[in-house]
Design a protein around this ligand. Structure first.
Ligand SMILES: Cc1ncc(COP(=O)(O)O)c(C=O)c1O
Length: 370
């Protein structure tokens, strides 16, 4: 049996988390939430792991955010307060959400009459109450009701449907991707929009106990947004090259890397590692300059310039470092959430010692076979 207690002997490619860095990331966000009186409801799409969710809850997280029914089912084993921040559309999705254990407080975010009716129907069939956040479009133009009149009408409909309870409003500032120190104008616009929305809800006599927003790029400025009571960052637990590039974390806060082995140096000027698209994804750096698909932890001047499914080509043109075949490297990926979801298992390390591992238990869809 291979000794699995050292980074030198782990089979590659492997997703490796620096536990000191991850714990620091969790502590810092928890302190920020406490300092500003905000409820932290981390999005589990980044880690998909009850073990890490428990570490977030132990540090004071108010509940968890999920995107898929399977994430919610897996997270129901560790939390009794779950938000599906995804439209509960389609009978199968709505029924799975309504079938979560009875002790779990379930809330969904939605933006359509169809979603209200489907989740209402599923809630009544399951004899439970589901909370609803009306999703507002505050500039991302992905989901969310853009017109306030329509948002108010949807909120009133939620109030009228048996089995549902208006729990608040939600928004996702995914369009704010500029450097943290260049976000002023975007956050001002966002804040003004929220202000307008909340005033209209109030004038209409609609109670909005929760205003749920937040992302990792805007994490440290959440308190500047008027009315926000809850924030849902996901990426912050591990961070990634994109998060560091926009200044929402330091390079030293990137906790997850892909451990890879140099498998070829035959072509001059480059080295090939055993991490390609099936280990790193093919995600761009968004919101900042950054070529390639990852950057080496120990040699940040080296990027993964090209990939095939199982090959990653390191561009050595800006480096004096010349790796040999068999040497190991650690790649900080552009987008960590995609990388985690490509792995069954994540290894936790301190220094070079592999201390633990945990399954990515909520990866995939948890669909039933026929
Ligand atoms: C609805 C919603 N909320 C929260 C998040 C978490 O944001 P981030 O990945 O920036 O941490 C996401 C990310 O995709 C999201 O889609």
């Amino acid at each position: 049996m291979t000794d699995l207690t050292s980074l030198d002997t782990l089979e590659t490619p492997a997703a490796v988390v620096d536990l000191d860095r991850m714990e620091r990331n969790l502590d810092t966000a928890a302190s920020y939430a406490a300092e500003h009186g905000l409820a932290l409801r981390p999005h589990v799409k980044t880690h998909k792991s009850p073990r890490i969710a428990s570490a977030q809850l132990a540090r004071g997280a108010a509940g968890l955010t999920c995107a898929t029914p399977f994430e919610a089912e897996v997270m129901a084993t560790v939390s009794d307060d779950l938000l599906l921040a995804y439209p509960p559309v389609g009978a199968a999705r709505a029924e799975r959400i309504a079938a979560l254990p009875a002790n779990v407080r379930v809330t969904v975010a939605l933006d359509s009459v169809q979603a209200v009716d489907e989740i209402g129907h599923a809630a009544r069939a399951a004899e439970r109450t589901v909370g609803v956040y009306v999703e507002l479009d505050v500039g991302m133009h992905r989901v969310g009701v853009p017109a306030l009149e329509d948002a108010l009408a949807l909120a009133s409909r939620v109030n009228a449907v048996r089995g549902l309870e208006l729990a608040g409003v939600a928004f996702y500032p995914g369009h704010v991707r500029e450097s943290v120190d260049e976000q002023d104008a975007a956050l001002r616009r966002l804040g003004d929009g929220l202000d307008r929305a909340l005033s209209r809800f109030k004038a209409a006599g609609l109670s909005v106990p929760v205003v749920s927003g937040g992302s990792t790029p805007t994490l440290w400025r959440t308190h500047e947004l008027p009315g926000v009571t809850e924030f849902r960052p996901g990426t912050y637990v591990y961070n990634d090259r994109t998060t560091a590039a926009i200044g929402a974390c330091a390079w030293e806060d990137c906790a997850l890397s892909v451990l890879a082995t140099v498998v070829s140096t035959a072509v001059p000027g480059q080295a090939v590692i055993d991490a390609g698209t099936k280990a790193l994804g093919r995600e761009p750096v968004r919101g900042a300059d950054g070529e390639g698909f990852g950057q080496l932890l120990e040699h940040p001047e080296v990027i993964v310039a090209r990939m095939s499914e199982e090959h990653g080509v390191l561009d050595l043109s800006r480096s004096d470092w010349r790796p040999v075949v068999g040497e190991r490297v650690r790649v900080i990926p552009n987008h960590v959430c995609i990388v985690v979801h490509l792995n069954d298992l994540v290894y936790g390390v301190r220094g070079d010692a592999v201390e633990t591992s945990w399954p990515v238990a909520a990866r995939g869809r948890g669909q039933q076979a026929v």
